[in-house]
Design a protein around this ligand. Sequence first.
Ligand SMILES: [Zn+2]
Length: 249
Amino acid sequence: MNYFNNHGVAALLRHAASVAAVFPLRAWTAQPGVILRHDVDLDVQAAYAFSRLVAECGIRSTFFFLVTAETYNVNAAPARRMLRAMADDGFEVALHFDPQVYPEADAALLARHARTEGDILADIIGGPVTSISLHNPSVHGSFMLLDGWNNAYDPAIFGPDRYLSDSRMRFRSDPLAFVAQGAERIVQLLLHPLHYSQSGGPYPLPMLNYLERQTRMVDTMFRVNSEYQDRVGDRLLGALTDAVPHWKL
Ligand SMILES: [Zn+2]
């Protein structure tokens, strides 16, 4: 089973919902179930599309967004509309926090930065932002917990026996068996939206899909420019796809 195509991941999510309660982090009190979480590292569009797929499985989950991403801007008008729509649809919009943005900050200052970033998301969705996950904590070796937040790295929901992730497009154990444990106790499943596509192809397909969307956006932006039209015409997207046909399986 390829869990990285839309059909495969939908089957996994429907199975999870049939054997356990599946809910966003903010809905966890102490009950058993599956906390379903998504860290948005690359692209809001992929996250929004993935939320539609999750919703079709009758599930609501948490999407953690960076406000310090190098590849997307949550405050761009289309992103604001998508985040608001997701929140209005019952998904939890939460903060994906990268402490490495503030290398000089101590714990108290990091906590203030996190609150400031959370307020940016709260302004976008018109509601509170109460959950936080850390970006690349295993890379910088810090699994700090922040007071006043629902922490995705709370030891109660983060450990080898209670947490499974699709990082590097690999699952350490069978996800079907993992979610079944949610019938008895709390477990956490992390799926990165960028990993999922119609075909479920491996790296670099997720990156190419992102580059294709971004190329279309840049092309649309400059279409009104006559010099660009004369020199480029329809060839910008072609230049991207011609360069990498063997990856576009
Ligand atoms: Zn991340």
